[in-house]
Design a protein around this ligand. Structure first.
Ligand code: FE
Length: 335
């Protein structure tokens, strides 16, 4: 075939090909079963294909090394520490969307429009139904009081979830008071910090401790697991608050990469994820709190009742994370 024939053939093939389906590429650290139902609903509604890449470790490094050639349009992860790390790596672009701004409260999105929370979760107390009477759990500050001596279990202090809680304590009371508090909490531990949030509930079930710190959605996860159901049923969720604030919150969130090859489709997906329909599906699958006011919570989540969320800016928690880590190490929380 001559060059001329080849060119004609190529152009003819292009013209004859059906329009390329729109698609959007998402990198996520979330587990597939938590994210697939809401993406399937988006594709059913819009015809836009969602390609999910589950990146368990090294998300930031991967985005940095791919740079402007990254196929990723969107990044979905949990915890302000992770969202902030991605912002600081310089791999996200600001998204100026009136839809996102109207749906996501200002304290649950980046001040530069680089990330937007999709759901929130509270860090609460799991309390033994048998050994902790109603009203005994009050504030986070009170967890350092003598009445809890030998009764508390937590995962390691250097985990992001506990560092964010300590960062909130610093924001409310200053570094010195936060250091005293976490030293007091450590003095009340029933055992050396180990395992994850669910392991602490298992320890309550086994009688090793009476209360633990954990995120709300793990109640849903435990109830859905035949082995863990009994652990979940041995405790109830109590919402402690700060003496001068509310119950500690963290988020799952989304941001658009600077590289985003499918920017229009990516923006459609971001905006759809804060619609009432998507918020209800996502909150139902995850047992998290929707960020959209009035969106439906799962029946389980609704059964825990209302609480007053703390209103500290999440960006402030990210800023105080290094100070929290330093204090956690100074008091030897995990030793
Ligand atoms: Fe978690």
């Amino acid at each position: 075939m001559s060059i001329r024939q080849f060119l004609f053939a190529s152009v003819a093939a292009l013209v004859a090909a059906p329009a390329l389906a729109e698609e959007v590429n998402v990198y996520t650290t979330r587990q597939s079963y938590l994210i697939e139902p809401v993406m399937a609903a988006f594709t059913a509604e819009t015809g836009i294909r969602v390609n999910l890449a589950f990146v368990e470790k090294g998300l930031v490094e991967r985005l940095k090394s791919e740079g402007s050639r990254s196929p990723a349009d969107l990044v979905m992860t949990v915890d302000i520490a992770n969202l902030n790390q991605i912002v600081e790596a310089g791999v996200l672009q600001a998204v100026d969307s009136p839809v996102l701004k109207a749906a996501v409260p200002a304290d649950l999105r980046s001040p530069e429009d680089k990330w937007f929370a999709l759901t929130s979760r509270a860090r609460i107390v799991y309390a033994s139904k048998d050994r902790v009477p109603d009203g005994e759990v009050t504030t986070y500050e009170d967890l350092a009081s003598d009445k809890w001596k030998g009764r508390i279990c937590t995962r390691p202090g250097v985990h992001d979830y506990n560092l964010a809680l300590l960062a909130a304590m610093i924001a409310h009371h200053g570094e010195d008071a936060a250091r005293d508090w976490v030293a007091g909490l450590r003095a009340n531990l029933a055992r050396k910090p180990e395992g994850n949030d669910r392991s602490q509930v298992k320890a309550i079930w086994a009688g090793e401790c009476d209360i633990s710190l954990g995120n709300t959605y793990y109640m849903g996860a435990m109830l859905a697991d035949p082995e863990q159901k009994a652990w979940a049923e041995s405790v109830r969720i109590v919402f402690p608050r700060f003496e001068n604030g509310g119950t500690h919150l963290n988020v799952s969130g989304i941001g658009m990469t600077a590289a985003a090859p499918n920017r229009d489709a990516a923006l459609k997906l971001m905006e759809w994820l804060v619609s009432p329909q998507a918020q209800a599906i996502y909150a139902e699958t995850n047992h998290e709190y929707p960020v959209l006011a009035g969106a439906k919570r799962s029946d389980l989540v609704a059964s825990w009742g209302e609480f007053q969320p703390d209103t500290l800016d999440l960006t402030e928690l990210a800023r105080l994370r290094p100070a929290a880590l330093k204090i956690m190490e100074e008091v030897g929380y995990d030793n």
